[in-house]
Structures are given as C-alpha cells and as structure tokens.
Design a protein around this ligand. Structure first.
Ligand code: FE
Length: 282
C-alpha cells in the first residue's frame, strides 16, 4: 500500500466521521500517529499475529505499571530533554545545571524543612553508611538564591522508593516483568546507576528537573533510562575523620556528596519548564 492509500484509510476512519465538535489538536496528533503506525506495519510487513503480540505486550506493560518506565527505557524521556535543550538554545537560554529525566517515581506531598532535612527513617542506621548531601542553589551569576525550594527523592539501599533512606543504590526493572522481557529480546539490561532526583524552584527562576548520578557505579554511563549527563555526576566521599563525625552528630563514618545547583533566571518568552503529568502523592 502506498502512503496516499494509507492516508486515505486513516482519513476515512478518523476524519470523515465527525459527528460534532472536533478537538483539532487531538485529531491532528491521532491522524499523524495512526498514519505512521500503518506505514510502519506496511514497511515492516507485520503479520496480524505480530500486530496483536505488540498490542498484548503494551497491555501487559501497562498492567504491570511499567508504561512510564518504558518511556524512559526507549529514550523518550531523554529525547524530550534534548528537545527542551534545543528550544532553550533557540531562545538564548544557556548555562546552569543541565536538566535530566524526572522518571515516574516522584511522590508529591513530602514534608518540608528549612536548610536541613533527614530523609531516612533510621531503620538502616548502623548497617549502612549515612549519606550527607550538601549543596547550594545559585543563579548563573553565582549569587545565592534565598528561599529556593529543593525537592529530592531517591531509592533506598534496596532500590525501593517508598522509604527514602541512606546511600541509594541503582534502580532496576523487575527482571520478571514484561518491560524487561522486551529489553531482553534486544539484549538490553534494565539497570540505572545510583542517583538522586531533584526539582528545584525559586521565584524569578526557571524550575529545574534534574538528578545526580553517583561516580563509581558500573551503570553510570550505561543507564537504561539515559538519565546520566555531563555535569550531573557526583562523587560520594568516605568520611572517617573522628572530629568531623562528631561535628555532624553521627556515630560512625559517613559518605558525603556535594551537589550544587545553578538555576537560570526566568525570561519573558522562555519555554515553560513545568511539566504536567500524573504523579503520585503521599
Ligand atoms: Fe530514579
């Protein structure tokens, strides 16, 4: 089937059947996506069984709540970041800490603190090193931004997101899940390096979605979600100095990460960095 014939089929099914008001944007997007899908079926000569296998795989991935992770895995989230970078560059907005993927695991409604927050619940104390994260929020001129809001979330030492504790480890897809089942067929792992996510916002500045990934992790530059970027690698330093441990009020050696964030000033006509998406809340 040639392109024109495909376009005609799509038009007959999705455009010529209007029975009332049409949302032109929805129609435009749907027609384009369906046309490209039909074209791909044509080009790849997919059998009916292959088409249904694909649909069933998507159903399985959605049922396992892995659809958003699939967006990370195939590079969709990273691609959207690259597009946002390009739009910023066109608008003359450069400098500051790079953005990177939000991922699907932010939970709104965490308690707020000023200046210092303990994020762990103490359940792993003594079993695993405490991690102290420090950092500044400045603008691109190097001036401290007072009252910046820093939202952070990360997996605990078991890779779980529900209780945020101590030194994070890398996150991995469920090895038995349907998304990993797809990745297995293209010889891909589903592992992320240890990382900590951030939203940073302040009046008069552009909200930043970013994360640091921790130096030394074997997946640092082999991240299934493509979240690691230059400028977003942090080093966890082991601190064993007794005086420093005492000064921090800790009982034993700890790890320390310094991650400073630089926000761009807001500018008229700047592309919005607020992303609307469904998010969990505590
Ligand atoms: Fe994450």
């Amino acid at each position: 089937m040639d392109r024109q014939t495909i376009e005609n089929v799509v038009k007959t099914c999705n455009v010529d059947t209007s029975e009332g008001p049409v949302n032109p944007r929805v129609q435009q997007v749907l027609v384009r996506l369906v046309t490209d899908l039909f074209q791909a079926i044509e080009d790849l000569d997919l059998s009916q069984s292959e088409v249904w296998k694909g649909i069933e795989t998507m159903i399985d991935i959605a049922k396992a709540d892995e659809l958003a992770l699939m967006g990370s895995a195939v590079g969709l989230e990273h691609f959207l970041d690259l597009r946002a970078d390009e739009a910023d560059a066109k608008a003359g907005l450069t400098g500051g800490t790079p953005r990177t993927i939000e991922g699907p695991l932010y939970v709104a409604g965490a308690p707020e603190s000023v200046g210092f927050a303990r994020m762990d619940d103490g359940s792993e104390e003594g079993q695993i090193a405490t991690l102290i994260i420090e950092g500044t929020v400045t603008d691109t001129d190097g001036d401290i931004i007072p009252g910046a809001k820093v939202e952070m979330w990360h997996a605990n030492s078991h890779g779980n997101y529900t209780a945020q504790t101590t030194m994070p480890v890398g996150y991995g897809l469920n090895p038995e899940g349907p998304l990993q089942g797809v990745l297995n067929q293209i010889s891909r792992h589903g592992q992320r390096p240890a990382h900590v996510h951030y939203f940073i916002s302040a009046p008069g500045h552009r909200k930043l979605t970013t994360q640091f990934n921790i130096e030394g992790d074997k997946y640092l530059w082999d991240d299934f979600a493509f979240g690691t970027r230059e400028g977003l690698v942090a080093t966890a330093v082991d601190v064993t100095d007794e005086a420093e441990i005492a000064r921090r009020g800790l009982k034993g050696p700890f790890k320390h990460i310094q991650f400073n964030v630089v926000l761009q000033k807001d500018k008229a006509g700047a592309p919005s960095t607020e992303v609307e998406r469904r998010r969990a809340s505590a």
